[in-house]
Design a protein around this ligand. Structure first.
Ligand code: PLP
Length: 401
């Protein structure tokens, strides 16, 4: 038997996977499952970006490239940061990795020493704590209360920072709760961070384009000049351009950290796939990119409002209105301790598993995001599916005694 490395013990098994596997098995068996699990847009990648990839292949962009990507892509990213976010990053301040996920992981590897603490507001994206542990760090979870729209307060943030704190993660708009900080709220957090110059903020801004109800998005590093030295800004093409499968993410930040990440990547994967790089630049530079984002955003805004309105009307369910991303995160804990069709509901996992089994609706339990009282529903699906799924949930909830 091949013995596994000690570090594998620190990585948790995803509780969510079991529910996803079950949903897939049911679908395969021909059951009509309404899926609210998707963490990706249901739109296709815009044609002009796909065409750019075909052209890249035809031009022979099939060989090794520089580690931080072709200069054209770095330039396009630096331009995007300057134009859209007001961040004065030069090409030397940016690098590219295989999706937002790989960018975050490389950055943790580049800055964390064993035992360093990373402050993670909950509910959080499932991979943050696991990546932190793999990089030798210690996740320190602070709870964003539902009563405060899942947002952490400056006081909470201040209290969470101690002598071992190295990184604070901020993710606005957020997965899984769809909450987003206003510029004023974010500035109040920034005022805490600048008092701790040794702390680095990982600002995960991958949902920046998907904001609703006129909410103004602002990049964290833009809030105070001093933050440029204290922030790594993460973004990717995955959600904005419906390019999840392409694996294209990027980081902006101080050059020494970017250089360290490049050193790491050069010994790991070398660089991202060659023929997605120029299309990645085209997506950012071409006005059709912004147009396609807006088309998608408008749809998500309508669907999100509709899903939230319907969820809020369900008896025993409370739901914070999402202001960004494409998720609703209702609290279903009033059903815990009850029984339905012979199954006992004890937490979000058993709620999701029973809902799937009995009503054929797939949702994601919040347990892996630090909230076992909530479930995540993605509205990256059609209005018809949203109505069909919530009709089923409503009928099923009536049976819970
Ligand atoms: C908050 C957050 N950060 C990062 C990622 C990773 O994005 P990518 O698909 O580009 O790796 C995701 C993906 O769902 C996410 O929700």
């Amino acid at each position: 038997m091949i013995a596994l490395a000690e570090r594998m013990k620190s990585v948790s098994e995803s509780i969510t996977l079991a529910v996803t596997a079950k949903a897939n098995a049911l679908k395969k068996a021909g059951v009509d499952v309404v899926g609210f699990g998707a963490g990706e847009p249901d739109f296709d990648t815009p044609t002009f970006i796909k065409d750019a990839a075909k052209a890249a292949l035809d031009k022979g962009q099939t060989k090794y490239t520089p580690t931080p990507s072709f200069p054209e892509l770095k330039q396009a990213i630096a331009d995007k940061f300057q134009r859209e976010n007001g961040l004065p990053y030069e090409p030397a301040n940016v690098t590219v990795g295989a999706g937002g996920k790989a960018c975050l992981y490389m950055a943790f590897m580049a800055v964390l020493n064993p035992g360093d603490e990373v402050v993670i507001p909950s509910p959080f994206w499932v991979s943050y704590p696991e990546q932190v542990k793999l990089a030798g760090g210690v996740p320190k979870i602070i709870r964003g209360e539902e009563s405060n729209g899942f947002k952490i307060t400056p006081t909470q943030l201040e209290k969470s920072i101690g002598p071992r704190t190295r990184v604070v993660i901020l993710n606005s708009p957020s997965n899984p709760a769809g909450h987003a900080y206003t510029p004023t709220e974010l500035k109040a957090l920034a005022d805490v961070i600048v008092k701790h110059p040794a702390v680095v903020v990982f600002s995960d801004e991958i949902y920046e384009k998907l904001v609703y109800d006129g909410l103004e998005f602002v990049s964290f590093a833009k809030l105070d000049e001093r933050l440029l030295d204290q922030t790594l800004t993460f973004n990717c093409h995955s959600k904005s351009f419906a390019m999840t499968g392409w694996r294209l993410g990027y980081i902006g930040g101080p050059k020494p950290v970017i250089d360290a990440i490049n050193k790491l990547q050069s010994q790991m994967t070398s660089h991202v796939t060659s023929f997605i790089q120029i299309p990645g630049a085209v997506a950012l530079n071409d006005p059709r990119g912004a147009e396609s984002i807006e088309t998608m955003r408008v749809q998500f805004e309508k669907r999100g409002k509709h899903m939230w309105e319907r969820l809020s009307k369900l008896p025993g369910v409370t739901c914070v209105r999402p202001q960004g991303a494409f998720y609703c995160f209702p609290n279903v804990s009033s059903y815990f301790g009850k029984t339905v069709g012979g199954a006992k509901i004890t937490d979000a996992v058993s709620f999701a598993a029973t809902l799937l089994e009995q009503a054929h609706v797939a949702v994601v339990p919040g347990n892996d995001s630090g909230f076992e009282t909530h479930v995540r529903l993605s509205f990256a699906t059609s209005m018809e599916q949203i109505d069909k799924g919530i009709d089923r949930i409503a009928e099923w909830l009536k049976k819970i005694g």
